[in-house]
Design a binder for this molecule. Structure first.
Ligand SMILES: Nc1nc2c(ncn2[C@@H]2O[C@H](COP(=O)(O)OP(=O)(O)OP(=O)(O)O)[C@@H](O)[C@H]2O)c(=O)[nH]1
Ligand SMILES: [Mg+2]
Length: 614
């Protein structure tokens, strides 16, 4: 088959924070994409507001660098497990991957996930051991761990025979020699390996046009852009193509604009041949997974398949008594349209109706993925009610199955006992325990996914903030039975009003509070976490009796512990089954689903008497 030897398409995959986006920065700099004095932000590809704030990549993006006569298209992917769908999508665009591994942390759960996907797609791998400058780097061990991982994933011999390059992505140096002292002056060893080891695209010279839509973008001038990989044939600007939709219908459309990537820009092109990554304008309703083909011989490509969602939560209109005060987008119709729009660009999300017309079920890969969506909506002015995240169970051969996750924990040795205990309570199975001999241990545990909802906070408390935890979906297993989730109850406001420091001063003896004085509360709103397991209705608005003249308000303020500010992620982690979160552009409030204390009481006593709630 003929080759396009002037092109390489490569994806960078790794566990979160191992340095993918930083490496792309270095490649862009060294390829002369920026002027020497140009003011370029670090991790320039992380363009989203939330990406910059959280310091992680959320959406896969592509860019291109020139090396000699070759154009290398690079797809930077996110490393956080919740955005695994982006990695799967990114892999459909490329002919090989750079597997990045941190020289000190070694392979972690998401390394396993991305490598499994790359091996399944039979993509050749170049191993990049990054951060060799770290003082705690353990390069030889990490390379051995990667070999072990390949074996564990049943890689065949040709796959295990991967080349290795050692890098400092931050300074842009690489070497084929593991000795950190021997780093070369630039990334040339890495780029040479890409040219040698990542195959150029192949094609069939007599084949008609086929281009697979792998992503969507929008341009203020030309509207929706379909990002495609041309698989066969040549696509030309101004010509007609057959748009093969996922529902099987085929329509003729015109390619009004055609772009290719050059560094961070899209530049206009008249035509693009096989193997090229392009952006096409002119098809307003095009979707990911569809094919642009020859109008005379339209043959759709197989649709992109990604792993099923593993977590769901409900999103609906804000039903609290404070609704409509802070947001501009509050109606069910606006929310439904916005959620539907999100599905268009996000292959791993699903949207389902619920029995309420103003609430939807959103399914995704993890809490962070869903929290990012809600955070984005909130910044756009939406007010929402969000339910507790639930794992998605499945019935396989007549028995109930639940998702289990593979968790890697790094913690100081002295916490090994408590950490093992925490997992045991959630029916976790320890699969490996490695003592690095540095006072730190690594524990690999397989645990039901529902045990991890709300786990991070407790884990950090128990390890005094030192523990590091990563997890990724492993498989479905038969239901592991019930287990205790949250050990504490809620302090619930029993009436509406403004909180007073006098009332809060008394309440803070009972647990930790989420609100400070002068906050608007309503009946059923959660004002704190009870240190005891049951819920407690409290009056957070009580005024001091005027006869008491001995202590002044300023005294009270001094003795008041500052409230625990609840971020959206924390709130979603903390809430129990019968609780939900009210989200507005300005506030995140925790509340009971059933606001009336009376109704909640009735439900509790009915349950105690063994009657189903009505
Ligand atoms: N010491 C050292 N730090 C590095 C190196 N490469 C990257 N880093 C740092 O590692 C952190 C994470 O880098 P990113 O490039 O955001 O990592 P990423 O893999 O893109 O992360 P996600 O996209 O969120 O998965 C940043 O603070 C970088 O400065 C390196 O070679 N040496
Ligand atoms: Mg990144």
């Amino acid at each position: 088959m003929p080759l396009r030897s002037s092109i390489r398409n490569v994806a960078i995959v790794a566990h979160v924070d191992h340095g993918k986006t930083t490496l792309v920065d270095a490649m862009l700099w060294q390829s002369g994409a920026f002027r020497a004095n140009q003011d370029v932000a670090e991790r320039v590809l992380d363009t989203g507001d939330l990406e910059r704030e959280k310091g992680i990549t959320i959406l896969a993006k592509n860019t291109a660098v020139r090396y000699g006569d070759v154009k290398i298209n690079i797809v930077d992917t996110p490393g956080h497990a919740d955005f695994g769908g982006e990695v799967e999508r990114g892999l459909t665009m490329v002919d090989g991957v750079l597997l990045l591994v941190d020289a000190s942390e070694g392979p972690l759960p998401q390394t396993r996930f991305v490598l499994r996907k790359a091996l399944e797609a039979r993509l050749p791998v170049v191993l990049v051991v990054n951060k060799v400058d770290r003082p705690d780097a353990r390069i030889a061990e990490v390379v051995d761990e990667v070999y072990a991982l390949f074996l564990d994933l049943d890689a065949d011999e040709s796959q295990i025979d991967f080349p290795i390059v050692y890098c400092n992505a931050r300074t842009g140096h690489a070497s084929l020699d593991p000795d950190p002292e021997s780093l070369g002056p630039d990334l040339q060893p890495l780029l040479d390996l890409i040219l040698e080891h990542i195959p150029p695209p192949t094609y069939d010279a007599s084949h008609a046009l086929q281009a697979l839509v792998t992503n969507l973008d929008a341009s203020p001038y030309v509207g929706r852009l379909a990002l495609c990989r041309v698989v066969q044939g040549t696509i030309r600007r101004g010509r007609q193509v057959a748009w093969c939709r996922t529902d099987g219908t085929i329509e003729r459309v015109k390619v009004t604009e055609l772009y290719v990537s050059e560094a961070l820009d899209r530049v206009e092109a008249d035509e693009a041949g096989p193997g090229e990554l392009i952006a096409v304008a002119g098809i307003p309703e095009v979707m990911i997974g569809e094919t642009l083909a020859d109008p005379l011989d339209p043959r759709p490509l197989p649709v992109i398949s990604v792993d099923e969602p593993s977590l769901s939560m409900t999103i609906g209109i804000n039903t609290s008594p404070l609704a409509g005060r802070e947001g501009t987008k509050v109606t069910a119709r606006l929310i439904e349209n916005r959620l539907a729009a999100e599905l268009v660009g996000n292959v791993s999300l699903r949207l389902l109706p619920t029995d309420r017309p103003d609430t939807w079920e959103v399914q995704g890969r993890g809490e962070l993925q869903l929290a990012v969506l809600i955070e984005q909506m909130r910044r756009e002015g939406f007010e929402l009610t969000v339910g507790k995240p639930q794992v998605l169970t499945r019935t396989i051969e007549g028995t109930l199955h639940e998702p289990v996750e593979r968790v890697s924990v790094d913690a100081p040795e002295e916490y090994l006992g408590v950490v093992t205990q925490l997992f045991a309570l959630r029916k976790g199975r320890t699969e490996a325990l490695v003592n690095h001999g540095t006072g730190w241990v690594r524990l690999d545990v397989v645990v039901p996914a529902r045990g991890l909802i709300g786990f991070r906070t407790e884990f950090l408390t128990e390890t005094r903030g030192t523990g590091i935890l990563h997890h990724v979906f492993e498989r479905f297993e038969p239901w592991h039975g019930e287990f205790r989730m949250r050990p504490t109850g809620s302090l619930v406001a029993d009436r509406a009003g403004k909180t007073t420091s006098f009332a809060l001063l008394n309440l803070q003896e009972r647990g930790s509070l989420f609100v400070g004085p002068g906050t608007d509360v309503y009946e059923g709103m959660i004002v704190g976490e009870n240190s005891r397991p049951e819920d407690l209705d409290v009056n957070a608005t009580k005024e001091k009796k005027l006869t008491n003249i001995r202590s002044s308000t300023s005294d009270e303020l001094v003795r008041l512990i500052p409230p625990r500010a609840m971020s959206l992620d924390q709130a979603l982690e903390l809430i129990s089954e019968d609780e939900c979160v009210e989200v507005t552009p300005l506030n995140v409030r925790l509340r009971k689903v059933e606001l009336s204390g009376q109704s909640r009481q009735t439900a509790v006593s009915r349950k105690a008497r063994g009657l189903a709630a009505v």
